[in-house]
Design a protein around this ligand. Structure first.
Ligand SMILES: *[C@@H]1O[C@H](CO)[C@@H](O)[C@H](O)[C@H]1NC(C)=O
Length: 235
């Protein structure tokens, strides 16, 4: 029984780390994990976000960035009071996808100090940490986006994203010829069906096509843009 209590306490202890380490830290602060040298936290209101350095890299507490030669030390956490608090699940960190070093020439971190955080200019689902060996791409966890004003991952609906790409009309699927023919056409645009004389197509303005069949004895007249007697229509 005693053992079980200790195990439970340790379990709760682990879950609480992410929260304790961010206690009284400004939102957006990056903190190394006291239990794993390759992990670090992004503090925010609510659950902190847990990130991991790429394989063979460790979080360097001096530069606040992942590196190959990292100084990893216990962080300034008061362990003495934690173990006997009940585990509070909501404080367990939100885990993220693996991080990725950006290889090749990249201007993103040029002139920036190691540890600097940079927004992604192409969207808001990720951000970059400037490391000694180049920018490290970090994805915000599901349901969150990177706020380029406050420089942290927060719920998508409250995030201000300066780099959201303008919404593009959905590209037509190569398989659907009619939608391809309607691509970029305005609502009501009408044309002859490419393979069936008795049919015509109307675009709805959203790159969608609707097919119609002319009444029996008629066919679609391309010039007059109506269903016409078949003897008036060249097929
Ligand atoms: C430390 O974190 C990394 C990345 O999340 C993980 O792969 C590794 O297993 C962890 N190490 C320990 C000892 O928990």
């Amino acid at each position: 029984m005693k053992l079980l209590v200790v195990l439970l306490a340790l379990g709760g202890f682990g879950a609480l780390y992410g929260f304790k380490i961010c206690d009284r830290k400004a939102p957006g602060t990056i903190m190394g994990s006291p239990t794993n040298c390759s992990e670090f936290y992004m503090c925010r209101d609510g659950r902190p976000v847990l990130f991991a350095c790429p394989e063979n890299m460790y979080f360097d507490v001096d530069t606040a960035a992942c590196g190959y030669e990292a100084f990893c030390a216990d962080n300034d956490v008061d362990f003495s009071q934690d173990p006997y608090e009940p585990p509070v699940q909501e404080y367990s960190p939100i885990e993220t996808n693996p991080s990725q070093l950006v290889t090749g020439q990249s201007l993103m971190c040029r002139g920036a100090p190691v540890g600097a955080i940079r927004a992604d200019m192409t969207g808001c689902s990720a951000f970059y940490q400037c490391t000694k060996v180049g920018p490290l791409r970090l994805e915000c966890p599901a349901g969150t986006l990177f706020d380029s004003n406050r420089m942290l991952c927060d719920p998508a609906d409250i995030v201000s994203c300066a780099y959201a790409p303008p919404p593009k009309p959905p590209a037509p699927s190569a398989g659907n010829m009619l939608e391809l023919l309607c691509y970029g056409k305005k609502n009501g645009y009408k044309f002859a069906h490419p393979t069936n004389c008795a049919r015509y197509v109307v675009c709805n303005g959203n790159n969608r096509a609707q097919e119609f069949t002319c009444p029996s004895g008629t066919a679609y007249n391309k010039l007059r843009k109506i269903c016409d007697f078949t003897h008036n229509v060249e097929c």
